[in-house]
Design a protein around this ligand. Structure first.
Ligand SMILES: [Zn+2]
Length: 210
């Protein structure tokens, strides 16, 4: 996915827009390829947030038949076979608890999420790129601790210098976030493609806030 698309998505989420209107319309005729199941752990929290734990419908149905998961909610859309008519699961829960990982994957999306989709030098949400705080040519690594979200103009201005050399200050020192910290950031950026049956399992206080 392109950065600009991610940013659009985040912007879209941030500025409200009609998320509700974007939730599944015409569910019964929904494209099979978009029938992903949200996978919950045995404690009914999402197995993973970033990336969100989603399985294609085939995997979800297979897991149902292997009795590895329980169906929590379903799409209106059905699949048919000679022996079976079945609504496609939209939310499933593992029967066996899987211990969540403490640290999220180091991905572009997660890095933007850690930095809340704003330049860490000037606060702009536009033209976001990644800046090596200590430039690569000075031995800077591509890691949580050395990469920060920066807008293109700031990135250009900083060039191949350290923040100190460029007289530019970071809002936050780059850190490796825990899964929990990233989840906290993510709550401000709900993805726009949620099926309505997922919401209850992603944001426990969604009702309280609306
Ligand atoms: Zn900037």
């Amino acid at each position: 996915m392109l950065h600009s698309e991610l940013i659009d998505r985040a912007e879209h989420a941030r500025y409200g827009s009609s998320d509700a209107a974007r939730f599944a319309r015409g569910d019964a005729t929904r494209n099979l390829g978009s029938c992903h199941a949200l996978v919950l752990n045995a404690d009914y929290t999402p197995l993973s947030y970033y990336p969100l734990s989603l399985w294609p419908w085939q995997t979800a149905i297979k897991a149902v038949f292997l009795e590895r998961v329980d169906i929590v909610a379903s799409y209106e859309r059905e699949v048919h076979s000679p022996s079976l008519d079945m609504k496609i699961p939209s939310v499933i829960a593992l029967r066996q608890f899987v211990r969540p990982s403490e640290y999220p994957a180091f991905t572009r999306f997660n890095l933007f999420l850690r930095d809340k989709f704003v330049c860490q030098y000037c606060g702009s949400p536009d033209q976001l790129t990644f800046d090596h705080v200590v430039p690569r040519r000075l031995g800077g690594r591509t890691s949580w601790e050395n990469v920060a979200t920066a807008c293109a103009p700031c990135n250009m201005r900083k060039g191949g210098r350290t923040p100190r050399q460029a007289h530019m200050r970071l809002f936050n020192d780059p850190i490796r976030p825990t899964t929990w910290q990233l989840q906290e950031s993510g709550r401000a950026f709900p993805p726009g493609y949620l099926h309505e049956s997922w919401r209850d399992w992603l944001y426990w206080d969604v009702e309280l806030e609306s």
